[in-house]
Structure formats: C-alpha cells, structure tokens
Design a protein around this ligand. Structure first.
Ligand SMILES: Cc1cc2nc3c(=O)[nH]c(=O)nc-3n(C[C@H](O)[C@H](O)[C@H](O)COP(=O)(O)OP(=O)(O)OC[C@H]3O[C@@H](n4cnc5c(N)ncnc54)[C@H](O)[C@@H]3O)c2cc1C
Length: 175
C-alpha cells in the first residue's frame, strides 16, 4: 500500500496518473479480534483531508510505472554486471564487478534491500536480521461481495497472527 508520502513522490515525478490507473484507493484500515469481533484498529485517512487516501498496488504495477518512465526518459540501463565492490576516487564513485569497473558516478543509490551486498559501504549500516515470523499472500480475482472495496480489512489473533484482504488494483491497465 502506497501511503500519501509515497504518492506525493510519484506525483512530483509526474507518475501519479499512471499509478492511479492501476491501484485501488484505500480510505480506511480496519481490524477486529477474530474471536470477540472487538475493533482493534480503525484508522481513516479522512482527518488528513478529503482527497487523502492510500493506494493499494501490485508491486509489479509499481515497478512497471517506474520502469516505463526510465525508458521514456532514455535513461541508460546496464545489466549483467554483478556488483561486488565499490570505490571512491577524485573523479567520483566506481562500481566493480570482479576486475571490471563502471563509473565515475556522482551518486550511487543501492536499491537491493536490507540484505544488500554493499551495505558495508553505507555510512549508517542497516541492521538486517532474520525475522521470527513470515507472511503468505495470494492475489485473487476480486469477488465484489463481502469485502469493502476501499478498505484494508484484517482479523487478529492477538498481535501474532493476522489475516487480511486488500483490494490491490490490477497489474496492467486493461487487466
Ligand atoms: C509482507 C510485507 C508487507 C509489506 N507491506 C507494505 C505496505 O503495504 N506498504 C509499505 O510501504 N511497505 C510495506 N512493506 C515494507 C516494504 O515492502 C519495504 O519497506 C520495501 O519493499 C523496501 O524497499 P527496498 O527497495 O529498500 O527493498 P526491496 O523491496 O527488498 O527490494 C530490493 C530488491 O533488490 C533485489 N536484489 C537484492 N539483491 C540483489 C542482487 N544482488 N542483485 C540484483 N537484485 C538484488 C531483490 O530481489 C529485490 O527485488 C511490507 C513488507 C512485507 C514483508
């Protein structure tokens, strides 16, 4: 789910229309205890403004919107270069793959996540650790009954087990 901050970033990049066409707006997050039905979470975006909402999207849809923009801008992409090392010289930063090198770059953004091989180079090293819990999810054709189209709905068994339904939009515009 993209939050208003992430949506503002996409808007600044001129990509809000593309992502809105694929995503599903979410006005409310609501969760109840599965046994008693007691409301545990009921949060609405409404107090932040009439037009403020989250946007549920498939990760692949978000990727496509960003990738299409990269292609449209003619930004050069380079594949098949497994980064193993990084260095800094007067001319800038370099990426290394064995004895091959690419650069110089003014800035390197490492987007390979919390287990990045390059995190040793980060000034503030992220502390990744194995989690003691997991998540399973499945994307299903929408059954437009029994669920709220504009809400993330969850059921909890204490704080340790939860299940939920998120309207996630579509992966392609005509999907
Ligand atoms: C179940 C679950 C639900 C979540 N729900 C939300 C939510 O609703 N909203 C929200 O804002 N956040 C959510 N999060 C958190 C969010 O997913 C993460 O904060 C976010 O994905 C981190 O983004 P990232 O780009 O830093 O890393 P990642 O999303 O982990 O992306 C890193 C990518 O790099 C790739 N990669 C790694 N190493 C290499 C390599 N050596 N070579 C090439 N590729 C590599 C990985 O395959 C991956 O695709 C959720 C997380 C989980 C686990």
């Amino acid at each position: 789910m993209l939050q208003p901050t992430g949506l503002a970033v996409l808007d600044a990049l001129g990509l809000s229309q593309g992502i809105a066409a694929l995503g599903s707006p979410v006005d409310r997050l609501v969760g109840t205890d599965f046994r008693s039905g007691r409301t545990v979470l009921d949060v609405s975006y409404r107090p932040l403004g009439a037009d403020v909402h989250g946007l549920a999207v498939h990760r692949a849809a978000l990727f496509s919107v960003l990738h299409d923009a990269v292609v449209a801008e003619g930004i050069e992409t380079s594949v098949g270069f497994a980064v193993t090392d990084m260095s800094r010289a007067r001319s800038g930063y370099y990426l290394h793959s064995g004895n091959r090198r690419q650069g110089a770059f003014d800035l390197i953004v490492d987007a390979t996540g919390s287990l990045s091989r390059l995190r040793q180079f980060a000034r503030h090293k992220p502390t990744a650790r194995a989690l003691s819990f997991g998540a399973l999810w499945a994307t299903l054709p929408w059954i437009d009954e029994g669920f709220d189209r504009r809400a993330l709905v969850q059921r909890y068994r204490k704080a340790s087990v939860m299940i939920g339904v998120l309207p996630a939009g579509k992966q392609v515009a005509d999907g």
